[in-house]
Design a protein around this ligand. Structure first.
Ligand code: ADP
Ligand code: MG
Length: 723
């Protein structure tokens, strides 16, 4: 009988029907499932040392992690003062060393058995009696023959995640390793190659069979790396191939509008600005203009740090489209921002005879009907709205352009809901959260990219300070001095109202308190999301026209709010906010000419600064995990560059959390790590785009293999930006 990857595991030697059904119960049914059950770590040969080497290292001041292979000599538990401890003395062929635990003693006592071999990893120290000691090490049990094998040949040993259910049924590391070894020997050659030979040759990539073999049982560290490279390349390549296909479809298969740009009209608008456009704004505008003029639909991501002046760029696009007698939409995440844009745009366009229409949540039926009528009666209106726009009964015929502001506040599907209201409208997606390059090449891989590289030159960098709560008195006096100077301030709190179960400070409470104490001679206003629309509107207007000196607010002001006269933002409970959130809030100041300040207040002890940022590439993942808050706070204090902060954020939180994985359209890559694999991603993308440029439908014989894989794997199911 011929072998097949679909063979049931029961055909394997040593797999009884009972064992096969045990494997099935954890999702391993076929031989192929085993072949793709990859190790999650390996015994790393480069880190393995013998106990005598270790002695030398430590006496020379070595301070890092190592792995030793050794067997248990004896174990004991004893009291050290009042503390119970457990010690296991290990031996290898060169000497002895101690493992020590202060916690979980019963458990470890059971785990370690005299005469058995283990791979021990951890950070060794030399005790004052010159013993090598490792406290709370990581360890993996090895079969004796494996250990011998390793010690003599240095074979690299793979470790697999063993589901609890298997372990309970005495199916542990060794059994799985043996089973997979058998499968790899017998079946790995059956896996069909998925990459064209030309790519394999060009980049000197491992073929799929060698890659699979070496992922399970690497013949050396080098081949293991090559095998990993191959798998990463493959998954990134197919993802980018799909991006290239989508982008190609949007460009060449969808028929969009081609708009005419009349310089006279644009100049009329420019003359209303109190400033000249920056070089960066002009550059992105010329990229966007080409898209608008061409009949291929625009699908562009506009990146620019907070305050870089994206709104006027959007405004110019909106004007061009209206001038061509089509309608457009500006989608924004909050009502306050929608109103701000509505006012700014109404103001700038008042002599242009273009209707500007606002749609927000909570409008009454009558109001809504009125708005819908206005939209359908207008030829070229600009509709500004929040999530309320997603509703199906919001119809916008003759829709030429969709602009999405603060895109990170929306999911892919939400964006496409608005875009699909038109027939291939041009799309401009704006983001102030700088997107690390790996993410812009994946999550936004089918978009063209424009970047506003510099903020207007009238700006001074915002000075950022991290302070303890105890300094609040001083900070308040500082705010007074700025206000006395005619400037304005934001004071942000994480909660609206006081809650006895929470330590978070609330805007309502401090609004009352500060109005009666520190700031009793000043005009304070309160703003939060639960206030009525009219009230919010009134507060923002009065803050803008300087009736109020200080705005006490929740995070409703996080994105987009533009009050150039505000020069201080004080953020309470700063430890509670994410890095990009802090950066956004800081972006509320520094929008005018005055020197601006962002003061982050926390009750955490901040004198204990870790060597963060910071070059935290050198911190272990555990250290990063334990110090996330401090790293965030120190990073925001130290860096003003949004891109730098975005990179740090990516390392701290990972792409999934940043983008909301389910909404992001990025699959969960098995091998690739978007925080690290930029280089492979860039190559994979370049090759994928080259192929689609030359052979968009993958008809060349050498590309047929790719088409097959795309069809089989249903790559097309990942949500589209366009529908
Ligand atoms: P963001 O990119 O964060 O959306 P905005 O578009 O709100 O930034 O612009 C921030 C502020 O900068 C606004 O007050 C805007 O009027 C002003 N601004 C925009 N472009 C320029 C420029 N070229 N020179 C000076 N100020 C500008
Ligand atoms: Mg903005």
């Amino acid at each position: 009988m011929s072998l097949s990857l679909n063979d049931s595991t029961q055909y394997l030697k040593s797999v009884s029907p009972q064992k096969a059904s045990l494997l099935s119960s954890v999702g391993i049914n076929s031989v192929q499932d085993l072949l793709y059950y990859f190790p999650f770590k390996y015994l790393d040969r480069r880190k393995i040392v013998k106990s005598d080497q270790l002695n030398q290292y430590l006496s020379k001041g070595f301070d890092g992690e190592v792995t030793l292979i050794a067997c248990v000599d004896f174990k004991e538990s004893y009291y050290f003062g009042k503390k119970r401890m457990m010690k296991v003395v290990m031996k290898d062929d060169k000497g002895f060393f101690d493992l020590v635990w202060f916690r979980g003693i019963e458990y470890f006592q059971q785990k370690f058995i005299e005469g058995e071999f283990y791979a021990i990893s951890g950070k060794p120290v030399l005790t004052k009696y010159n013993h090598i000691q490792i406290v709370h090490p990581d360890f993996d049990k090895l079969d004796n023959s494996e250990a011998q094998d390793y010690l003599h040949t240095g074979r690299i040993i793979p470790f697999y995640r063993i589901p609890e259910k298997l372990r309970k049924n005495k199916f542990g590391d060794l059994s799985l390793r043996k089973l997979i070894f058998q499968v790899v020997e017998k079946y790995s050659n059956l896996v069909e190659e998925r990459l064209p030979t030309s790519i394999i040759k060009r980049f000197n990539i491992l073929d799929i069979n060698s890659a699979i073999k070496n992922l399970h049982f690497p013949s050396s560290n080098e081949t293991l790396e090559k095998a990993l490279y191959r798998m990463k390349f493959e998954e990134l390549f197919f993802f980018e191939l799909m991006m290239a296909i989508r982008k190609h479809k949007i460009k060449y298969l969808l028929k969009g509008n081609s708009f005419q740009v009349h310089p006279r009209i644009i100049n009329k608008l420019l003359s209303k600005f109190s400033f000249e456009l920056t070089q960066s704004q002009l550059e992105v505008l010329s990229e966007i203009r080409k898209d608008l003029e061409s009949s291929q639909p625009m699908n562009r991501l506009l990146q620019g740090d907070v305050g870089s002046g994206k709104t006027v760029v959007a405004l110019i696009c909106l004007l061009i489209v209206s001038n061509n007698n089509m309608k457009s939409v500006l989608l924004v995440p909050t009502e306050i921002l929608a109103r701000q844009h509505f006012q700014t745009i109404t103001n700038y366009l008042k002599d242009f005879n273009i209707e500007i229409i606002l749609i927000i949540g909570g409008m009454r039926k009558k109001e809504k009907d009125n708005v819908f009528n206005k939209i359908s009666n207008s030829k070229n209106c600009i509709v500004i709205g929040t999530h309320a726009l997603f509703e199906e009964n919001v119809r916008i015929d003759n829709l030429g352009l969709v602009v999405i502001d603060e895109q990170h506040k929306f999911g892919v599907l939400q964006r496409s809901k608005v875009i699909s209201k038109g027939k291939s409208p041009d799309v401009l997606i704006m983001t102030a959260t700088p997107i690390p390059r790996t993410l812009s090449l994946t999550a936004f891989g089918d978009l063209d990219l424009s970047i506003i590289k510099k903020v207007p030159s009238n700006r001074q960098q915002v000075k950022t300070f991290l302070r303890n709560e105890k300094a609040l008195d001083k900070i308040y006096s500082f705010i007074k001095s700025r206000v006395d100077n005619g400037e304005q301030a934001f004071i942000v709190y994480p909660a609206i109202e006081e809650n006895e179960n929470s330590e978070l400070k609330s805007a309502e409470k401090y609004f009352v308190e500060l109005s009666q104490s520190y700031f009793k001679d000043y005009k304070l206003a309160l703003l939060h999301g639960k206030m009525t629309t009219e009230k919010k509107d009134e507060v923002m207007n009065n803050f803008k026209n300087k009736t109020f000196n200080i705005l006490i607010s929740t995070t409703v002001i996080e994105v987009g709010i533009d009050i150039p006269n505000a020069s201080v933002i004080l953020i309470n409970n700063a430890e509670r906010f994410g890095l990009s959130q802090l950066h956004q809030m800081r972006g509320r100041v520094g929008r005018g000419e005055a020197q601006s300040y962002c003061i982050l207040v926390t009750k955490q002890r901040i004198e204990k600064r870790t060597p963060v940022d910071l070059e935290f590439n050198f911190l272990s993942s555990q250290q990063i995990e334990q110090n996330k808050t401090l790293i965030r706070l120190n990073s925001i204090e130290k860096h003003s560059d949004g891109f730098k902060l975005a990179e740090i954020d990516l390392k701290l939180r990972g792409p999934g959390e940043i983008l909301g994985l389910k909404q992001s359209g990025i699959p969960e890559f098995i091998f690739s790590d978007l925080t690290k694999d930029l280089e492979i991603l860039e190559i994979a993308r370049r090759v994928a785009f080259e192929i689609i440029d030359n052979d968009p439908r993958l008809l060349n014989p050498q590309n047929i293999i790719l088409k097959k894989i795309l069809d089989v794997n249903n790559w097309g199911k990942v949500p589209y930006f366009r529908v």
